[in-house]
Design a protein around this ligand. Sequence first.
Ligand code: ADP
Ligand code: ADP
Ligand code: MG
Length: 510
Amino acid sequence: MFRKVLIANRGEIAVRISQTLQQMGVTAVAVYSEPDRGALHVASADEAYPLDGSTSAETYLRIDKIIDVARRHGVDAIHPGFGFLSENEDFAQTCQDAGITFVGPSPAVIRDMGDKIIAKEKFAAAGVPVVPGATFSAVEEPRTSVRAAIDTVRIRAAEIGYPILVKAAAGGGGKGMRVVKSETELGDAIDSARREAGAAFGDPRVFIEKYISRPRHIEFQIFGDAHGNVVHLFERECSIQRRHQKIVEESPSTALSADLRARMGEAAVRAAKAIGYTNAGTVEFILDESGAFYFLEVNTRLQVEHPVTEMVVGHDLVRAQLLVAAGDRMPFEQDQLRQSGHAIECRIYAENPGANFVPSTGRIQQYAAPASPGIRVDSGVRAGSDVTVHYDPMLAKLIAWAQSREAAIDRMAWALRRFVLLGVTTNIEFLHDVVTHPAHRAGDLHTHFLDEHAELLTRNPSTPPPPAAFAAAALAARIASGGRPATASPGAPLESMSCPWNTHGAWRAF
Ligand code: ADP
Ligand code: ADP
Ligand code: MG
């Protein structure tokens, strides 16, 4: 096993990786930007070193600075977490060249899977169902004019049928996608998608796919080791999304029969074997209303929502990642893996669901996470943490496990009501309203859930009154902040503070 592992990340995932490293007797090394000097992930690690600068581009995305810290401090492996450099083949290669183990798949696999066109081609060849579509190939074939290429795509789009989705080959994080409803919009959509993809990802290539209506997002956790073993650890359903980005995830999915689960799991393992996958990864599928499923993409890293898998299969995926990276066999075999009970995760963001999910910034004045059997909190913040404009606004993840889905929802609803996070606007209440919504309780999920239930974005009048404890917490925060509300404008009534059950007015007004 490694002696010292550097975590090239920040926030809750960096804290979570430190915990497993320490449990394994490995020294956890954090890196941090200037605004993160006092961050929880720095305090949680055994050693921490600065990366001069504030923005991601100056710090957590700087391969040279991170490798330099690793070299100077005798680090023998780097865990990239998710986001930042986690799916960057140059980073994986540079680690390898420096004699430092990169905790993840090989640079070649990261490169191929980072290109959604190559991934689709490889998996289609391996017999994995892919969404019907076409590649827009003007860039690979420079002699083809953009107009001629669009004409070719237009013919294919007419065969597939509208609406069509234009996607960036290098896309990620829900970015670089646009829906095209009719042929007249296609040319302009491709032109602008190419411009946008070029600016956002440095790669203008786009492709088209059939736009599946009312689909579910179902993904499979995969794992491979260097000894040729590949397994899946079942599914996660991530259909509750905003801007094509997940906010609530669960396992098992209410949409999968035992037979469909077995077929999708087999397809995920076949995909992983076709590319010689090692370490943790996720094969994402889209499931249509008829029960047909299609491959979307592979994420070559640990996923934000990995805790729901950990809760239902009972394995620490970061521990497994480290074992596999060190050359060991995976700590599980397919026929030993079972789904036990039900887990749901809510992503807690500093953002305002009532104002188009605009991110919120500020200092966290009060922080108290709920605790109970079956509740897990992966947090990157504490009281006093600053939430800045520099990074992703995800603050923490709340995970609830119970024997049944119904009990897991009840537990989640309870925990959301008791999560005190004052000082920034959060989506906590909104998450409560989502998970307790009758359609969510019924398991009637699809990726347009929030569009279809737009009332969730406004106050739900049936919301129960605030428990006395939270009025007290809000009052304490008000006193701590000099008698002024933590997030509302000076002089605003107590009810408008950002505290569960006291913020309906606040987050709608902000
Ligand atoms: P997951 O599939 O694990 O749910 P997301 O796609 O939501 O993950 O992305 C995980 C994190 O990585 C988020 O913080 C997201 O903003 C970031 N991210 C993912 N892909 C990109 C990308 N191509 N560019 C910038 N950030 C990205
Ligand atoms: P990213 O790399 O940004 O995660 P994905 O290809 O995984 O991109 O797609 C993200 C989300 O966009 C999916 O979870 C789904 O909600 C939606 N989506 C992607 N492809 C399609 C499609 N062909 N039809 C309908 N929705 C899609
Ligand atoms: Mg995806």
